[in-house]
Write a protein that binds this ligand. Structure first.
Ligand code: PLP
Length: 381
């Protein structure tokens, strides 16, 4: 047996023994309010489709129109022949909406984050990241030539202690596993004028701020760099780095994930353009989401495990990884699909149910879920 085989076997059995093995489940309707698996239906509280666009018919039609107009794949990377009027219109709309000079498109948020840190940072640079930042950011930071330090979660005082001129500070706007907001106004104040701030707003764009312009708009700040992803509130996939013209030109020249990767299909860019307009114009989606989030909070106040968040991400803390999996299985028996999140995605002892509410839910869905969560809370009391 080769060393590589041994390594793989060892890693897999270690995961299994720790009870942390991950499994891909095949489901239908994972992008909708209701999903099905093996002929059973469940109310879906696990996707990130905050505004209910992932299965919205108007958006499906836009993608179909895009296919009619532009064909299937883009055929090449953006700098060859993969970039067309659909991509251009999307970039322009994002710039106008979010107030940046340039938008550089990527096929995923993961690649946008990696591209940003790998391209921007050199040896001797200082990179400061919130310790709960997404894996794509933390991993890119570790692999980059810069020195990376992590500051305590949302701990601006700790950030200030670590900060030196010309550092790059990176935080999420809304934290994906905790649903809390970064103190963006304070972080921005601490960072300027000698360092740069980059905000990954994967979970804030579309959901927070006027016309869904995101966490930064809500906090009244403009970071040097904003990463927006399209797999959540946009109901599609892909990402953009929003930045100044010089940074955009620099990424266009040197960001390897952009230069050496096939551009997103033009029909997708066309659909994303429609999604960007729907997000800005359809306030009712955000209003409904807010209403349902409040209802959830009211139902669960004072229940063990419940954590208040000002967003649609609602962690319900269980603690132990096995118990979190058992709770998710109990909910499934009641027709409720909620993911158990375990280490290493969250810290040891912080295993949880990650509930996400979307504009596709209704009050009855929330009531069904909160009744079951109350039972779980009582059992663990
Ligand atoms: C905060 C954050 N950044 C980036 C990403 C990666 O985005 P994508 O799914 O588009 O690769 C995610 C995805 O879960 C995320 O939560």
């Amino acid at each position: 047996m080769s060393a590589l085989n041994q390594r793989i076997d060892r890693a897999l059995s270690q995961r299994q023994h720790q009870g942390l093995e991950r499994k891909i489940g095949c489901v239908e309707g994972g992008n909708s309010r209701q999903l099905s698996q093996a002929n059973r239906e469940y109310i879906n509280f696990s996707n990130n489709d905050y505004l209910g666009l992932a299965s919205d018919k108007q958006l499906t039609q836009a993608w179909q129109q895009g296919l009619e107009r532009f064909g299937n794949g883009s055929g090449a990377s953006p700098l060859v022949t993969g970039f067309c009027t659909a991509h251009q219109a999307l970039e322009e709309t994002l710039c106008q909406w979010l107030g940046f000079e340039r938008a550089v498109l990527f096929c995923s948020g993961f690649s946008a984050n990696q591209a940003l840190l790998f391209t921007l940072l050199e040896k001797h640079d200082l990179l400061l990241q919130d310790k709960l930042n997404h894996a794509s950011l933390l991993e890119a930071g570790v692999l980059s030539p810069a020195t990376m330090r992590r500051f305590g979660h949302n701990d601006v005082e700790h950030l200030k202690q670590l900060l030196k001129p010309n550092a790059l500070v990176v935080t999420e706007g809304v934290f994906s596993m905790d649903g809390d907001l970064a103190p963006l106004a304070d972080i921005s104040l601490a960072t300027q004028p000698h360092s740069w701030l980059a905000v990954d707003d994967a979970h804030g764009i579309g959901v927070l701020g006027k016309e869904g312009a995101g966490s930064c708009a809500q906090a009244g700040i403009k970071p040097d760099i904003l990463i927006v992803t399209f797999g959540k509130a946009f109901g599609l996939s892909g990402a953009a780095i929003m930045c100044s013209k010089p940074v955009g030109d620099f990424l266009t020249q040197f960001a390897r994930h952009h230069v050496y990767s096939t551009a997103m299909p033009p029909a997708q860019a066309y659909a994303l353009h429609t999604a960007a307009l729907m997000i800005q114009q359809q306030d009712w989606r955000r209003e409904k989401l807010l209403e349902l989030s409040h209802y959830y909070d009211q139902q669960l106040a004072n229940v063990a495990g419940y954590r208040y968040t000002p967003t649609a991400i609602k962690p319900f803390i269980i603690g132990d990884a096995d118990s979190a999996v058992q709770c998710a299985a109990k909910l499934k028996q009641k027709g409720l699909w909620v993911s158990a999140i375990r280490p290493p995605t969250v810290a040891k002892g912080g295993a949880r149910l990650r509930v996400t509410i979307t504009a596709a839910h209704n009050q009855q869905d929330i009531l069904l879920l909160t009744e079951q969560l109350k039972r779980i809370g009582k059992e663990s009391d």
